[in-house]
Ligand binder design. Structure first.
Ligand code: GLA
Length: 369
């Protein structure tokens, strides 16, 4: 080997040896367990925010559309579809190599009222509403066929006591609205995974109703892959045992488990207090919006510990759980700044307003119980 070749080889090997290790994100931490997802909004997928791009690239390998593919946004008028968000969203997910979830096709909220009525304003017949639902699914699922990997087909069809939620879908079409939605989604994109998604799945009565419905669909040969447990939790509620029972039962019943909308609310809720005065401005009152400047270290520690125990539980059941998705990318863009009280400062996610992973999470994950 002459001198210059030797020098080149030396420099090359040196560069390899001294290369800084690639920064590890949450998705790498849980690589052998489940996907790590975030629900994203329009500005987070249109390429205009470099900070969102790098946060997504480092930590996440799954995306959910936060509001942009809900009926009211993607299909505001009968003849009008708005696909700008969806197109950017899918492009972003593909650039990331992410598992892309579409949320949601049939829900009673964020759906325009025209959907349920004819031109005279009276409610549609069962057949007419079915046709309208099918054409929505045709257009939306069809546009992203082969790109969106899984769909939340139906969202929140049950009350907490396990009874059917008396939505327009249910009242006009009966229970079969669910099977029609799943059948149509399958017909349009047979490769896509199809899910039912709901909150408070840790409540046994509600879960029982959901699993009965899902098993009924399966017994009719209708595709349904998984049950999404939304995971809008509090610092001390529900208990890990309640969540674990839900994970185990869904798996036992033969369905994938997904934690689809994870966040941990650290602020009090007016509904917690009987007789709360709904006239007072909660956002302006210190008791209701206690952490405007910063989250006190002690509460942050409780939050991070709660996250670590949740993720330890999820890891223990990683054979049953395919994905854990946060409902929002960071504390600055969470719906909990505006619900159930508008204009508060909340801290429910694992990434803070600076888009940094909250301190101590990874360390707590390493600790034994
Ligand atoms: C439900 C829905 C989500 C979102 C959250 C809160 O859980 O599934 O789409 O609207 O409420 O914002």
């Amino acid at each position: 080997m002459n001198h210059s070749r030797f020098l080149i080889a030396f420099i090359f090997l040196g560069a390899v040896a001294f290369q800084a290790p690639r920064e590890q994100g949450l998705k790498d931490e849980f690589q052998s367990d489940f996907f790590i997802g975030a629900a994203v909004n329009a500005r987070q997928v249109d390429g205009s925010m470099a900070s969102a791009d790098s946060l997504l690239g480092l930590h996440f390998n799954s995306l959910t559309s936060e509001n942009g593919l809900k009926w009211i946004n993607v299909h505001p008028q009968e003849e009008e579809f708005a696909f700008e968000f969806g197109d950017n969203y899918v492009k972003k997910g593909e650039e990331m190599g992410a598992f892309i979830v579409g949320h949601t096709l049939v829900w009673h909220q964020q759906v325009p009222d025209w959907v349920f009525r004819n031109q005279e304003g009276t409610f549609l017949s069962k057949e007419a509403l079915k046709a309208r639902m099918e054409s929505h699914i045709q257009e939306v699922v069809g546009r992203y066929k082969g790109q969106i990997d899984g769909w939340d087909v139906v969202n929140e069809a049950f009350e907490d006591d396990g009874s059917w939620r008396k939505t327009h879908w249910y009242l006009l079409m009966g229970e079969e609205y669910i099977s029609h939605a799943f059948k149509k989604a399958y017909a349009v994109d047979p490769q896509a995974e199809l899910y039912y998604n709901d909150y408070n799945v840790w409540k046994p009565e509600k879960r029982k109703a959901i699993l009965n419905m899902a098993q009924m669909l399966r017994s009719q040969g209708i595709r349904i892959d998984g049950i999404g447990m939304q995971g809008h939790y509090r610092l001390d509620f529900p208990s890990l045992d309640q969540i674990e029972a839900a994970i185990e039962e869904i798996h036992q019943a033969g369905f994938q488990v997904m934690i689809t909308e994870l966040d941990v609310d650290v602020l009090p809720r007016p509904s917690d207090f009987e007789g709360a005065d709904l006239e007072i401005s909660y956002a302006d009152s210190p008791g209701w919006n206690s952490y405007v400047d910063a989250l006190p270290a002690e509460i942050e520690d409780q939050l991070v510990s709660r996250y670590a125990s949740l993720f330890k539980l999820f890891k223990k059941h990683s054979d049953k759980i395919s994905r854990v998705t946060f409902w929002g990318l960071h504390d600055g863009s969470t719906w909990l700044n505006n619900w159930p009280v508008r204009g508060r400062t909340n801290y429910p996610l694992l990434f803070d307003r600076e888009m940094l992973l909250k301190k101590g999470f990874l360390e707590k994950m390493q600790e034994e119980h």
